[in-house]
Ligand binder design. Structure first.
Ligand SMILES: NC(=O)c1ccc[n+]([C@@H]2O[C@H](COP(=O)([O-])OP(=O)(O)OC[C@H]3O[C@@H](n4cnc5c(N)ncnc54)[C@H](OP(=O)(O)O)[C@@H]3O)[C@@H](O)[C@H]2O)c1
Length: 216
């Protein structure tokens, strides 16, 4: 999928922001399938990579639909890459400032947010994660699982190895996983099925030719 993303962006010329927008909208559709009530409070946990950017993209649309939101980011906002940073700026402009949660010790408000919400979006780690889940993401994942709330995972449940389906220390137990382009092997192998929940595959406008060639 990383090669397909690169081909779509570099060879075909589709801006990453455009794919991120469609990824965000795919997540919004999953959220509304599980929680149709637009007044339901939601928590969105975002990492510092493009997976987190997909979560921030979803946040914009969910805000516009009326959901009260709490958006947590596991790193400094001023170090986000171009597209996630653009969404973080838009959210600030809309009055939904993402909150930096930089250490496991600084996750204080998260338990309260999780207790109040109707659903959690897990946009912490995607297919770019490497090795055992580090803090503060590890503690966030534990709290998300402990909350007992429905979870929509973005691309792959955080902490699940996208190739093997093995847990990297700790992993989100999702109700539904919205994966982009093609299903990731990790969702189907080993611990994958128990953590993925319902798997939704969305092409997010990646050219069909690239997906069909890779799947053949
Ligand atoms: N919009 C698009 O163009 C598009 C298209 C397809 C897919 N996607 C999304 O992009 C995702 C891939 O994005 P990505 O390559 O940026 O990778 P990612 O999955 O977002 O992970 C990379 C981020 O996680 C951190 N990280 C890596 N390993 C970690 C660990 N073990 N514990 C804690 N943090 C860790 C990295 O920090 P360090 O750098 O400090 O290690 C980095 O900030 C996909 O899963 C999908 O959600 C986006």
């Amino acid at each position: 999928m990383q090669q397909i993303d690169a081909s779509a962006i570099d060879a075909v010329g589709i801006p990453r922001l455009l794919l991120m927008e469609h990824a965000g909208l795919a997540v919004v559709r999953a959220v509304h399938h599980l929680v149709p009530d637009p007044s339901a409070p939601l928590v969105i946990c975002c990492g510092t990579g493009w997976n987190g950017g997909d979560g921030l993209a979803a946040a914009r649309h969910l805000h516009e639909r009326g959901h009260p939101l709490r958006v947590a980011v596991t790193g400094p906002l001023d170090r986000l890459r171009e597209e996630p940073a653009a969404y973080a700026r838009i959210l600030r402009g809309l009055g939904v400032a993402p909150v930096e949660c930089l250490t496991a010790e600084a996750l204080g408000p998260l338990d309260e947010w999780l207790a109040e919400c109707r659903l959690v979006i897990d946009a912490l780690l995607g297919i770019g994660a490497r090795g055992a889940v580090r803090e503060p993401a590890a503690s966030m994942i534990e709290r998300i699982n402990r909350s007992g709330k429905p979870v929509v995972a973005v691309d792959i449940p955080s902490g699940l190895d996208a190739d093997t389906g093995r847990i990297q220390g700790v992993a989100v137990r999702a109700t539904m996983t919205v994966t982009f382009g093609l299903a990731k092997r990790g969702c189907l192998l080993a611990e994958g099925p128990a953590h993925t929940g319902t798997l939704v595959v969305d092409p997010i406008t990646i050219p069909r030719r690239l997906l069909e060639t890779a799947a053949a």
